[in-house]
Ligand binder design. Structure first.
Ligand code: M6R
Length: 612
């Protein structure tokens, strides 16, 4: 995925564009560029286009501080078609250099378009699919950029968020969306356009979330939304609740660290207003299903990717054990292409921090197409999954900027704990148990804060093990998904190989990996699975493998066996996932620091993946 930004108004466009790109850098960070209309609009002077391989800092160096111009577009790229280079960076221009385009998404038919456009005289300079859009709009251009874009959209196959400018139309930016997010920011005598609201939060909180198939044309004082057939659309202006502080580092060295330490507050936000003490139940207003419909649910299915899938695995465990409803979590990328059976009595949840992950979105649409009901569990308000789902729960973790998901994960867990309680109270959980469950859930933010007190201890462990090339993360039951999450965090930001495994499965193969150089991180529960997990730990020790154990404080048996012991506060085993994941996030973070990795923007990745 990539980040798009556009600005038109009285201020210096280049500054606002580069600052907006910096905010969007988490979406993609291999190259970036801007195109600004020169400040002599009447002369129709060509655009100033500056593009640079590397991060936004590299682009910033290239942009003259006093670059004139009050209207322009910018882009930060995560490469799909064509390598990482200056020339492949966006914006892309037509032959005349008067028209510039930035694009997020994939144009599947770009080769046939290219062939056609080359016959018409277009000269392609990059290896990207996106350049075809610039030449196609130029081909259709007869003095009206909006009309030219609309004439072009029908020829594009694939996904796009597009923004374009033309030197002959001063102050105008035209954008279109199909499958890649685009938000319009309505300022005071100025307008912005961006892939998400973080790029415009410093300037306005009044936004219009564009829908697929919509086109926006904007000038500093006005905007118009219409469809590709030019039928006007009445836009709804929303107010963004996020504060600017939420997207600042606020004294932390990086966003991941900030977001790990923010978890007591973000979990509390996810629970806030949703605990019904009187009935020992959860209050979830946005499900859009009657009590009768919820009661009739026979099966639950969760679809998601990456960390969100791990939250879904925990959720399904809870649906089964707490609410006694059969449940399974599936990778969205797998579901879509396997001709799934969608039963009317099943309820589906699409889980996504960003609400834009293509795999999850397309799987959700496939389920809905077959008549299934899909509820979203998402963080980003106004993103595509919550808008297209049949209802759902916002997790309110606030903006998550680091590529590695941390606070969104624990907020997703909070949503699942609330949902499981709701279903359980409809079936066979008595009132007093519901009340007790609520009390325990209410205590979680404070216990997460206590667990964060292990910071220095985990850092010391990270220092000792940072040279290891392979790690195993092992857990059982509810802690198996947490083991998967620990391994993903480590791989993702430190580039160290890690396997997450069900602890009972290691004897079926992975135990062959155990050696004095391969640490195993064990998550030891305090329930009926404790003894089994300890036996698995002993099997590793017997084969010379170092063991790092996360277990309840004061567990003398674990302390005696493990080489390293990370204590977590005592809590009912059902709630241990919240606490167990924290030391794993810290371990990954500190190992990545030891290895001098770019923690917030690890190589090859992007925050949300809007391509399949
Ligand atoms: O925005 P989503 O939750 O849908 O994203 C899904 C995954 O791409 C995401 O969780 C990814 O695995 C994270 N980078 C993990 O930290």
């Amino acid at each position: 995925m990539c980040g798009i930004v556009g600005y038109t108004g009285p201020r210096q466009a280049s500054r606002i564009l580069v600052e907006g790109l910096k905010r969007l850098e988490y979406r993609g960070y291999d190259s970036a560029g801007i195109a600004v209309q020169a400040d002599e609009p009447q002369t129709g002077a060509p655009l100033v286009v500056i593009k640079k391989k590397g991060k936004i800092a590299a682009l910033r160096q290239e942009v003259p501080k006093d670059l004139p111009g009050h209207c322009g577009i910018g882009h930060t790229r995560w490469a799909t078609h064509g390598g990482v280079s200056d020339v492949n960076a966006h914006p892309h221009t037509d032959n005349s250099g008067k028209l510039a385009v930035v694009h997020n998404g994939i144009i599947e038919n770009y080769l046939s378009l290219k062939e056609m456009l080359e016959k018409e005289g277009a000269v392609f300079r990059s290896e990207t699919d996106s350049e075809a859009i610039a030449h196609l709009i130029a081909y259709n251009y007869e003095g009206d950029l909006e009309a030219a874009l609309k004439a072009s959209l029908g020829h594009l196959k694939g996904t796009y968020g597009i923004a374009c400018v033309h030197a002959d139309e001063p102050g105008r930016i035209v954008g279109a969306r199909n499958g890649s997010p685009l938000v319009l920011g309505v300022g005071d005598g100025e307008m912005l356009l961006a892939s998400d609201v973080t790029a415009m939060l410093a300037h306005t909180k009044r936004v219009v979330y564009l829908n697929d198939g919509e086109v926006v044309s904007m000038l500093p004082h006005e905007f118009r939304v219409s469809d590709a057939e030019d039928r006007p659309i009445d836009p709804r202006i929303d107010h963004v609740a996020w504060e600017l502080d939420a997207i600042e580092k606020e004294g932390f060295s990086c966003y991941m660290e900030k977001e790990i330490f923010e978890q007591p507050e973000s979990i509390a936000r996810a629970l806030s207003g949703r605990l019904d003490g009187e009935y020992g139940c959860a209050k979830l207003g946005g499900l859009n299903l009657s009590k009768k419909e919820l009661h009739a649910v026979e099966r639950i299915r969760v679809i998601a990717a990456g960390t969100s899938w791990h939250a879904g695995l925990v959720g399904c465990h809870l649906f089964e054990t707490v609410a006694r409803i059969p449940a399974a979590a599936e990778l969205a990328s797998e579901l879509r292409y396997r001709n799934p059976v969608v039963e009317p009595s099943s309820l589906y949840f699409a889980v996504s921090q960003s609400g834009e992950t293509a795999d999850t979105l397309y799987a959700m649409r496939e389920i809905q197409r077959r008549g299934g009901t899909v509820l979203g569990i998402c963080n980003v308000v106004g993103s595509t999954i919550p808008r297209e789902s049949d209802g759902g729960v916002y997790v309110h973790s606030g903006p998550e900027i680091a590529v590695a998901s941390t606070k969104a994960f624990t907020s997703q867990l909070a949503a699942f704990y609330l949902l499981a309680l709701s279903f359980a109270r409809m079936h066979d959980m008595p009132h007093h148990e519901g009340t007790r469950y609520l009390e325990q859930l209410k205590a979680v933010p404070g216990l997460v804060r206590d667990t964060l007190g292990q910071r220095d201890h985990v850092q010391a462990i990270a220092k000792r093990y940072s040279k290891a090339q392979d790690f195993l993360f092992l857990g059982r039951g509810l802690l198996y998904p947490i083991a998967l999450e620990g391994a993903l965090k480590l791989k993702e930001i430190s580039y160290v190989h890690a396997e997450g495994y069900a602890a009972g499965e290691i004897k079926h193969g992975p135990i062959a990996l155990v050696s004095p150089d391969t640490p195993s991180v064990f998550l030891v529960p305090n329930d009926h699975l404790r003894e089994k997990t300890i036996s698995n730990m002993k099997e590793i020790k017997a084969r010379g493998g170092p063991v790092i154990a996360v277990a309840e404080q004061g567990d003398a048996e674990v302390m005696a066996i493990a080489d390293e012991y990370i204590p977590i506060p005592a809590v009912d085993s059902r709630f241990q996932p919240f606490l167990m994941v924290v030391p794993l996030q810290l371990l990954a973070y500190f190992i990545a620091l030891e290895l001098a990795r770019d923690v917030d923007q690890p190589r090859n990745l992007a925050k949300s993946v809007t391509v399949e």
